[in-house]
Design a protein around this ligand. Structure first.
Ligand SMILES: NC(=O)c1ccc[n+]([C@@H]2O[C@H](COP(=O)([O-])OP(=O)(O)OC[C@H]3O[C@@H](n4cnc5c(N)ncnc54)[C@H](OP(=O)(O)O)[C@@H]3O)[C@@H](O)[C@H]2O)c1
Length: 343
């Protein structure tokens, strides 16, 4: 049954940034259109921007057409744009009537980048924001959530930590009423893959980094992942949003995985341990570094999986595991944030 009339809410949205995640969101909106209408949500994407241009339609874009155009043009020599309109994401946010900005531009943890400018503008125009972009939150969480509440805007960012693995909303909604004592876990799938494969193959860090790059698990420049900076940003988002801290990723004590040798992994294995890059946040402590985890411990997950153990006062320890990245997986977190805002 599709709800009609007063029961159906139309949400006009923009997607700013149309790469892996932005396209994943468009795909999921298409795939789940009927379900969303069943729960009373008519999500109309009225504008999409990438770095070179935009596609607009006040009545709602044909997402199938936009996706196939972007993909066809992406293969062309000019690495073409999503549409022929010469509007930037920021101009869309400022000038086009809509309720929701889905912000999926690249993460910039030095300045916050275009994402920070977009989010500020969205809130100043009273729009809600759902994002997967860690940079602005790792640098300016308090400022952004302040402007959002001053303007009556909603701000949700489940996709910035752990991809499809629900953690922020799990803590805020399902574990509501609990004091959160600590959160620890594996929040970077690339590092977990490299460490798992080093152990399986008794191979060097360099060999397994090369393998993960061939498989597109690691970026061409993997520094943020392997130096622990990506995890540090996610911990800061948890510290600020769950523990009410006012932290910056530069406050995190960070060690990456680049110095780990296969010999040290073998020694650990002989004693019944695996080595994992563990991020940890609790009151007044945020750190990430390699740690020994007993084989069989819930944190000892392999491959690209993420995992988090949340220690609470009432519920005890709750452990979740899931896919920390991927276009559709990350879109899953974005869609759940959208539903949480408007349902
Ligand atoms: N991929 C994942 O699994 C994952 C998981 C969790 C979080 N994230 C985060 O989600 C965000 C998006 O990731 P992604 O993998 O989709 O990145 P991506 O594939 O590199 O896509 C980024 C998109 O942003 C566009 N863009 C760049 N500068 C722009 C600007 N000034 N205005 C408008 N659009 C601009 C790019 O345009 P062009 O198409 O023209 O290049 C591209 O469409 C990042 O912040 C990332 O850290 C990603």
């Amino acid at each position: 049954m599709i709800l009609k009339g007063d029961l159906m809410k139309t949400i006009r949205t923009s997607i700013i940034g149309f790469g892996a995640v932005g396209q994943g969101v468009a795909e999921v909106l298409l795939q789940k259109e009927k379900y969303l209408k069943n729960i009373g949500l008519d999500i109309k994407v009225v504008a999409i921007a990438d770095s070179k241009g935009a596609a607009l339609d006040p009545d709602g874009l044909d997402l199938l057409k936009v996706l196939s155009q972007k993909r066809a043009r992406g293969k062309s020599k000019d690495k073409g744009t999503v549409g022929s309109e010469k509007l930037t994401g920021l101009e869309i946010i400022k000038n086009i009537d809509h309720e929701l900005v889905i912000e999926t531009t690249p993460t910039d943890i030095e300045t916050g980048g275009v994402g920070l400018v977009n989010m500020r503008a969205a809130f100043e125009h009273g729009r809600d924001v759902v994002t997967s972009n860690k940079g602005p939150l790792a640098l300016k969480y308090r400022e952004l959530s302040g402007i959002a509440s001053e303007n009556g805007s909603r701000f949700k960012f489940e996709a910035t930590v752990g991809g499809a693995m629900p953690i922020i909303n799990l803590i805020r909604d399902v574990l509501a009423g609990n004091d959160i004592i600590s959160i620890e876990g594996i929040l970077n799938g690339t590092c977990n893959y490299i460490l798992t494969r080093m152990m399986e193959e008794q191979a060097s860090y360099e060999q397994m980094l090369a393998e993960s790059q061939e498989l597109n698990i690691a970026e061409t420049d993997p520094t943020y992942d392997v130096e622990g900076i990506d995890v540090a940003c996610k911990l800061v988002i948890l510290a600020n949003s769950i523990f009410g801290m006012d932290a910056n990723y530069k406050d995190v004590d960070v060690t990456g995985i680049t110095k780990i040798t296969p010999e040290s992994l073998m020694l650990a294995q002989d004693d019944g341990y695996v080595v994992k890059l563990i991020g940890e946040v609790k009151k007044d402590l945020i750190r990430v570094g390699p740690r020994l985890v007993p084989v069989g411990n819930p944190l000892a997950v392999g491959g690209t999986l993420n995992v988090a153990s949340i220690q609470t006062d009432l519920a005890g320890t709750v452990t979740i595991t899931g896919r920390g990245a991927g276009s559709i997986e990350t879109a899953s977190a974005i869609i759940s944030d959208i539903i949480a805002i408007y349902r």
